[in-house]
Design a protein around this ligand. Structure first.
Ligand code: GLU
Length: 304
């Protein structure tokens, strides 16, 4: 158990940390309120301990990646998914395009953009609409409430996401994705634009901590076997090109998003999430990283 007093103390300590910048490359994200800072920790009974701005909605961005990866694993199994995407940390930035040209033409892992776009292409369904409703339905199942897309963020990324479109073109060129290019990349933009709160995301994380069953609703979202895949890749690749440092200092599976969300899982124990929009140079929330580093050190949370 992590007491509310601990969360409050660390929240106060890092609320004054103003380093970093709010993401602007997706124009709509630049409107975020940089003062917002929320912390939510959810146990396996579904009880959340929370401090600060835990009810502020923001787009999940890359925090969507592990959950869509889980969906693809459930639909096709591990072999089929990993025929298209690897399991190695890239050591490059989240939106790197170099990896595709340089090596096997297969994206490194499902947590970087190239891998996530390849995985989005694997969401099953008869039409684009049906495929995206599966994603939304799954995210809502993790949150335990109905979630929806922030259409302005989606449009904003759709009209400026040339790098991701270029990645999708390369993936199509190398045969990693087939069919309509727009289908996969558009779903990727949409999944990134689903709105949730820090409170919701602590339930996403708690579901993974709980072996794939939402602790509040009792609904199984992903098999235990696939939770292991998801958490392993969050551990090695979830923090992009600072994944090594994160593993070394915090030692827990995590995933960040450029809107300022960060989820951390203590398997078998807790799901945690923070929200604060200012980012470091890797694209992670500055306060979120500082908060979890301090918490992990203080409470000896590392898996090792
Ligand atoms: N939608 C963002 C992008 O593709 C997500 C990146 C992130 O959250 O790290 O650039």
């Amino acid at each position: 158990v992590i007491e509310i007093a601990t969360l409050e103390r660390l929240h106060t300590r890092f609320a004054s940390l103003d380093d970093g910048e709010v993401a602007t490359y997706i124009p709509e994200l630049s409107k975020a309120n940089a003062r917002h800072f929320g912390v939510s920790v959810c146990d396996l009974e579904g009880t959340a301990r929370q401090v600060g701005d835990v009810q502020v909605p923001f787009t999940v961005q890359s925090i969507s990646k592990p959950f869509v990866y889980g969906l693809a694993l459930e639909a096709h199994g591990r072999e089929a998914v990993h025929a298209r995407v690897g399991v190695e940390p890239s050591g490059d930035a989240f939106n790197s395009i170099i990896e595709l040209e340089r090596h096997s033409h297969r994206p490194y892992n499902p947590m970087v953009n190239a891998g996530a776009i390849a995985v989005s292409a694997l969401v099953p369904g008869a039409s684009s609409e049906e495929r995206f409703s599966r994603v939304l339905e799954a995210f809502s199942g993790y949150a335990g409430r109905t979630l929806d897309v922030d259409h302005s963020v989606y449009q904003s990324e759709r009209s400026t996401g040339h790098r991701n479109l270029a990645i999708a073109h390369l993936l199509r060129h190398f045969g990693v994705i087939s069919g309509e290019l727009d289908d996969a990349v558009d779903r990727y933009f949409k999944q990134c634009s689903v709105q949730a709160t820090a409170h919701d995301l602590s339930l996403f994380a708690a579901t993974l901590a709980n072996g794939g069953v939402n602790p509040r609703t009792g609904r199984r979202m992903v098999s235990r076997e696939h939770v292991r895949c998801v958490l392993s890749l969050m551990f090695t690749c979830g923090m992009y090109d600072s994944a090594g440092e994160w593993a070394f200092t915090v030692g827990l599976p995590a995933k960040s998003g450029v809107s300022g969300g960060l989820i951390v899982v203590i398997p078998g124990k807790l799901g945690m999430a923070t929200y604060s929009p200012r980012l470091d140079r890797h694209g992670h929330s500055v306060r979120g990283v500082a908060f979890f580093r301090a918490l992990a050190a203080e409470r000896d949370l590392s898996l090792f």
